[in-house]
Design a protein around this ligand. Structure first.
Ligand SMILES: Nc1ncnc2c1ncn2[C@@H]1O[C@H](COP(=O)(O)OP(=O)(O)OP(=O)(O)O)[C@@H](O)[C@H]1O
Length: 581
């Protein structure tokens, strides 16, 4: 299988029409009261709107029948009242619709974030930041737009169309039938458009997602791209995705142009039919002039909301396509993780593991860190050290064998429970745009300021102590260097106070001299905990209780620094090479 195939397979699923329909129903059902309120307000507003041409027709007929001025004024006053009431009801409806949309969008946003957070980490990693990012931001915003703007607009216009058609029948049933003549064509055109638009919009969104993924990956891996001179390859891939995206945009535009031109013609044909019939019947005396005027005015007004409904179908299609992608996240099976460990003994028992469909990178490897020991895992690049760290932290599930905490398979333990016992610190650390206090307290929401300051002291973060816990961190505020951000990540671990800490090159971003200080301080802070340190630098190896040497996905040697030097094997060679460096 090619890399591209694997990348595509790793994409998150997209829900089908049934799931999307169910999701819409769920969103409406969650705020039924407000949805009904919006519907009632819009129907009453449309009723007031349609009364205007009917009263106008009465005035025309009344003048012919010799009504006095007072009577005419009274009906005109009624028309003014109808316009005013329609205005007020529409405003109230729009406001209620907006509130409904905002609340539904907020619920959707919360649920998708909650769901993403509950997904297995390896699944999230495989999906890629671009795809997940588009689903949790652009797609949620598109659905929010639909619920807040297009949704209420479609509802208003649809209700208005229905009321206007009903009014033509009330004025004259035959004219009502005339106005309905173009309706089958309109419905056929809309159905064809919706069918083609669904697939087109989904294609457009997927292309946008692919393009975003390429950009994000190129940006995130900029250093690797520069180091391996991959600029040309990334540019070509980027242009290819941009071209695909452009192709989809053009398809969308062509589809819309065809449809709206057809719509314009159908509107005109409908109006011509009604004017011709009303004119003919009124000249023949089969219909009053007032009824003809009212029917023509009503038909003229049908065109506008009909166009609004059709124009908003785009928003509806886009919203449905976006909701299909959001619901796709809900379709990823999440295995229940409810087991509780009995103790905090960590162990890898004859595990084999490989990434995705790739070959095994760990081959029947066993490792049993003892409680309270400082175990160092060393080995050449690509030997499998970080993979061991991921299995020990319960991020990945072994293909065979078992990774257990307190005798329970780690991937069956609830994530929150697991993190109370085992924390993995890598070189990837995130600083949130928030105060220093909020950044630290993430790990233990109940920790007081004294605990936080103590943790900062223990990781040698003098700068943080000097600036204070209220300092706002983030790119827009106090921007942290790599070393400072890493100290925050380490301080979080001290605050979290787990039984087992896995440090995967955790001090690699700090300059060697400072790293030593941080490591010494951290070792003191973590005294009594089980610490598994994965390191390239062998500097601290002599102080480890035990060293495990990994080679080609297997434990090649285990023992203390002195024992391994004496054995004269792989570790002795690594040590000699490192001393030489
Ligand atoms: N996400 C991944 N997808 C596919 N293969 C991977 C992935 N991560 C690591 N590998 C492969 O697994 C093997 C072990 O990698 P690992 O990162 O565990 O080694 P390591 O000893 O930590 O290396 P280093 O010291 O360079 O970080 C390597 O062959 C690597 O290419």
């Amino acid at each position: 299988m090619s890399a591209t195939d694997t990348a595509t397979d790793a994409r998150l699923p997209v829900a089908g029409p049934t799931e999307v329909r169910r999701a819409f129903i769920r969103l409406f059902a969650a705020d039924k009261g407000r949805a009904v309120q919006v519907l009632v307000l819009y129907t009453l507003a449309a009723g007031c709107g349609v009364a205007v041409p009917i009263f106008l027709g009465r005035v025309v007929d009344g003048i012919g029948a010799g009504w006095d001025v007072e009577r005419i004024n009274l009906v005109c006053a009624l028309i003014v009242v109808c316009v005013a009431v329609q205005f007020v009801l529409s405003r109230l409806g729009r406001r209620a619709g907006y509130r409904f949309g905002e609340r539904a969008a907020a619920r959707l946003r919360e649920s998708v974030v909650k769901r993403v957070l509950s997904l297995p980490l390896d699944r999230v990693e495989r999906a890629g930041h671009g795809d997940l990012g588009t689903r949790t931001s652009t797609d949620v915003n598109t659905v929010a737009d639909l619920l807040r703007d297009s949704g209420p607009t479609i509802a208003t216009a649809l209700i208005e169309v229905l009321v206007l058609y009903a009014a033509t029948f009330v004025i004259d049933p035959l004219l009502g039938l005339c106005s309905l003549l173009t309706l089958p064509l309109l419905l056929l055109a809309a159905r064809r458009y919706l069918r083609r638009a669904g697939a087109t919009f989904r294609g457009e969104r997927a292309a946008m997602s692919e393009a975003a993924e390429t950009l994000t990956a190129s940006g995130a891996g900029a250093r690797t791209v520069a180091a391996l001179a991959l600029q040309e390859e990334r540019r070509t891939t980027g242009y290819a995705h941009a071209e695909t995206m452009y192709g989809w945009f053009m398809r969308v535009l062509r589809l819309q142009n065809e449809f709206f031109l057809l719509l314009l013609w159908l509107n005109r044909i409908q109006l011509v039919l009604v004017i011709a019939a009303a004119g003919w019947w009124s000249f023949e005396g089969a219909m009053s002039l007032g009824a003809a005027v009212a029917a023509i005015t009503v038909t003229v007004r049908i065109a506008n909301p009909t166009n609004v409904v059709m124009a908003q179908l785009n928003g509806f299609q886009q919203g449905s396509a976006a909701l299909a992608r959001i619901e796709g996240v809900n379709m990823i099976p999440v295995e229940p993780r409810r087991d509780r460990p009995e103790g905090s003994g960590l162990s890898l028992n004859a595990v084999t593991f490989g990434y995705g469909d790739g070959p095994d990178v760990l081959h029947g490897l066993s490792l049993h860190p003892k409680a309270g020991e400082r175990l160092m895992v060393v080995g050449p690049s690509g030997a499998g050290k970080s993979t061991i760290a991921r299995l020990l932290a319960g991020i990945d599930r072994p293909r065979t064998g078992s990774a257990t905490l307190g005798g329970v398979p780690m991937c069956d333990i609830g994530v929150e429970e697991l993190r109370r016992h085992v924390v993995l610190v890598t070189q990837e650390h995130h600083v949130f745009t928030a105060t220093l206090r909020d950044n630290l307290i993430l790990a233990a929401p109940d920790a007081d300021d004294a605990t936080l300051l103590d943790a900062l002291r223990r990781v040698d973060a003098g700068w943080a102590l000097a600036e204070g816990l209220d300092t706002m961190l983030g790119d827009e505020h106090r921007k942290l260097g790599t070393a400072e951000a890493q100290q925050i990540a380490l301080a979080r671990v001290v605050v979290a106070d787990p039984d087992v800490v896995i440090l995967d090159e955790a001090t690699a971003g700090i300059d060697p001299a400072s790293a030593n200080n941080v490591e010494v301080a951290l070792a003191a802070a973590l005294a009594g905990r089980t610490v598994i340190a994965i390191a390239h630098r062998l500097q601290a190896a002599s102080s480890a209780d035990r060293i495990a040497v990994v080679k080609n996905g297997r434990i090649a040697e285990e023992g203390t620094h002195a024992e391994l030097l004496e054995a004269g094997g792989a570790y002795a060679r690594l040590w000699a090479a490192w001393q030489g460096d």
